[in-house]
Design a protein around this ligand. Structure first.
Ligand code: FAD
Length: 380
């Protein structure tokens, strides 16, 4: 890779790589197979400061940069994308809290930094995915709390995380201008959860957040009522960068597996690395990984200079799109190079391929990323 990192960032990469390969990789297959959440790794990541990295210093964090947060996501994802969901989530919560008030930051940042609270995002509903203007969940103010009703689906972390930044309509008559964001926690009265069974990212949790006359403190409203679109407009480019880093890690992990495999696989008494077809496929995989890496870290550098840079709208989507393609492309090619071994659960490639698909769908499908990119250039 062409180095674009500071010395502390390079050191961080080496340190996280050791943890990922030494502590996470040996567990990855079992986490996937059993769909069991790795509480011990959650705790380990807390001790290593992965959740506190982006938390501002005044709230007990490290006040770190987005590039470093993405390095963590990428390195952990090389070993297990499910585990990278945890580090990604801390990044996402920190970015979302940029829009919170002092009380919310004082209350939530220290718990995020210590790993006590992992907060996801809950937007998707049975009838609503790409177009959030159709959200049906409602939040009606009643004294010092909101009464929330609706069902959220596909929320990552369900079963294990502590809450979600949740989208609900405070004024259904106003369409998307009546949409607001709340912190909904699992211990709020009226919140129930339902696990789903997903193809990939297993062991990370996921499912429904059911809001049945849920009582959500007024203090949990992020920003003002009706501000969800504005907040998401600024927040989502940062979230996409974090997802892109996980996707990049999957693409690189698959490349590593393929290289190791072909270097020891003989057919007709010669190593398959001698076959030009194999070299061609490997070269394509390297090009994808290197291109994804360059795109991502140019965008993280821009975000570290100014996390409200309007260019991040287009470039965050380009990073998410391209890294998602690289993850899917590299895992598919890796499986081809491994042949039947790639298709078997004795090798990690089939897990990586199932995980990769998520990064062409979640928080905006590839089609939606392309729409964002096109609309940005057409606006001029
Ligand atoms: C592993 C995983 C984790 C997830 N985690 C979360 C989470 O933590 N929180 C959460 O809220 N959601 C989560 N999701 C849900 C995800 O964000 C949605 O699935 C995604 O936004 C797409 O919505 P949808 O599935 O309803 O598809 P739809 O919006 O119904 O789209 C169906 C198809 O139509 C296409 N399409 C839709 N609109 C357009 C358009 N305008 N132009 C072109 N094509 C279009 C889409 O690209 C797609 O191919 C997760 C999903 C997965 C797979």
């Amino acid at each position: 890779m062409i180095a674009t990192f500071s010395e502390p960032q390079q050191k961080l990469r080496q340190d996280v790589n050791k943890i990922a390969q030494g502590r996470v990789a040996p567990r990855a297959a079992a986490i996937d197979a059993t769909d069991e959440y790795p509480y011990d790794l959650r705790q380990l990541f807390a001790e290593l400061g992965y959740y506190s990295l982006l938390v501002p210093r005044e709230y007990g964090g490290q006040g770190g940069d987005i590039t470093s947060a993405c390095i963590i996501n990428e390195e952990i994802a090389k070993a297990s994308a499910s585990c990278a969901q945890m580090t990604y989530s801390a990044m996402h919560a920190c970015c979302m809290l940029l829009f919170g008030n002092d009380e919310q930051r004082s209350r939530l940042y220290p718990a995020i930094a210590s790993g006590e609270k992992i907060l996801g995002l809950s937007a998707t509903e049975p009838n609503v995915g790409s177009d959030i203007s159709g959200i049906e969940t409602t939040a009606i103010l009643s004294g010092d709390h909101y009464i929330m009703n609706g069902t959220k689906t596909f929320a990552s972390g369900v079963g294990f995380w502590n809450g979600w930044f949740t989208l609900a309509k405070t004024d259904p008559a106003k369409g998307v201008r009546g949409l607001s964001i709340f912190v909904v926690e699992t211990n709020n009265p009226g919140v129930r959860l339902g696990r789903d069974d997903r193809l990939g990212l297993r062991g990370g949790g996921g499912g429904e957040v059911i809001l049945d006359n849920a009582i959500i403190p007024k203090a949990n409203l992020i920003g003002k009522e009706g501000e969800a679109r504005r907040i998401l407009g600024e927040y989502l480019p940062l979230a996409r960068i974090g997802h892109a880093a996980v996707a990049l890690g999957i693409a690189e992990g698959a490349l590593d597996c393929a290289i190791n495999y072909v270097k020891s696989r003989y057919q007709l008494e010669r190593l398959i690395t001698e076959l030009e077809d194999v070299q061609q496929v490997l070269a394509e995989m390297v090009i994808r990984a290197e291109t994804a890496h360059s795109i991502l870290y140019q965008v993280t550098a821009a975000a570290d200079r100014d996390n409200k840079d309007p260019g991040l709208h287009k470039h965050g989507s380009i990073a998410r799109y391209y890294c998602g393609e690289a993850a899917m492309g590299n895992t598919t090619d890796a499986m081809q190079l491994l042949g039947s071994d790639g298709y078997s659960q004795d090798f990690p490639v089939e897990r990586m391929m199932r995980d990769a698909k998520a990064y062409q769908i979640l928080e905006g499908t590839q089609q939606i990323q392309r729409l964002i990119i096109a609309r940005n250039v057409l606006r001029g």
